[in-house]
Ligand binder design. Structure first.
Ligand code: PLP
Length: 252
């Protein structure tokens, strides 16, 4: 069966990140994406200029329409944009018991530009992280969320505060390899990937959606995390440059 993955995320008109990235990654991995679009951003492959969030009333109506009709095998959360939308998502997740949730705690675009107007850290950690089985921050996001600087301290803080797993990605380092660290209550695990030559738009969205889709297929969390990274590595190796800014992963 094609797993139906509920994606709750923002729209990036340049096609590299956000909802486009999610739908493409999920489709490439054999899933089907239903989408609740939290906001529309104004951006290109170079930076984010502004964004506007969706009315909560409209999101609620869309969620009701989907829940009346579909069953979901996994959920992926990306850009939330406000505490009000985070509260809405938390209420929605409570109506999907047992469905695995992957939380990409988006705060800013990789190329620069904030994607939230208020501090979302506490609402994300209190409302969304405990309802998700894994969160996938990059190190700068993990540092903002926890107030810690050291990688291990960030990982421990995320696990103890949420009770769930955290995959902290190392894309922002300047090392030859990208090292991603998985923190769980049982311990830590790490993967190393060759650092590819460009800067990529939407790699975080792609990774979180890949993990959600693989969970929707019934893979264990450990396998979904490992396989999801391998798929993203392949998409990044085939990346192309549609404009004058970042490269976009070819999610096929
Ligand atoms: N979600 C939206 C709507 C975005 O516009 C962006 C970045 O521009 C992101 C998420 C995060 O993108 P990335 O996967 O590059 O961190």
């Amino acid at each position: 069966m094609k797993p139906n993955i509920l994606v709750i995320a923002g729209h990036d008109p340049s096609g590299g990140a956000g909802i486009h990235a999610d739908i493409e990654a999920i489709q490439a991995l054999g899933g089907f994406a239903s989408t609740l679009i939290t906001g529309l951003t104004v951006q290109n492959s170079q930076n984010v200029r502004s964004f506007r969030l969706t009315d909560i009333d409209l999101l609620e109506q869309q969620a009701e329409a989907l829940l009346d009709d579909y069953r979901f095998q996994a959920v992926k959360i990306g850009m939330t944009g406000s505490v009000t939308i985070i509260d809405f998502i938390a209420r929605l997740l409570d109506r999907l018991p047992g469905v695995p949730v992957v939380l990409d705690p988006v705060l800013a675009a990789e190329a620069g530009g904030s994607l939230a107007r208020e501090s979302l850290a506490d609402a994300m950690l209190d409302q969304l992280a405990p309802r998700s089985e894994i969160m996938t921050p990059n190190l700068p996001e993990a540092q903002i969320l926890t107030g810690q600087t050291d990688l291990d301290d960030c990982g421990q803080a995320l696990v103890s505060r949420s009770g769930q797993a955290a995959l902290i990605t190392g894309t922002h380092d300047d090392t030859d390899q990208v090292t991603n660290h998985l923190f769980t209550r049982a311990g830590t695990q790490q993967w190393q990937w060759e650092r590819l030559p460009h800067s990529y738009h939407g790699s975080g969205c792609t990774l979180a959606s890949a993990i959600a889709c693989l969970r929707g297929h019934g893979e264990s969390l450990a396998n979904a995390v490992a396989d999801g990274q391998a798929h993203v590595d392949r998409f990044l190796r085939n990346a192309f440059r549609p404009g004058q800014g970042q490269h976009v992963p070819d999610r096929r």
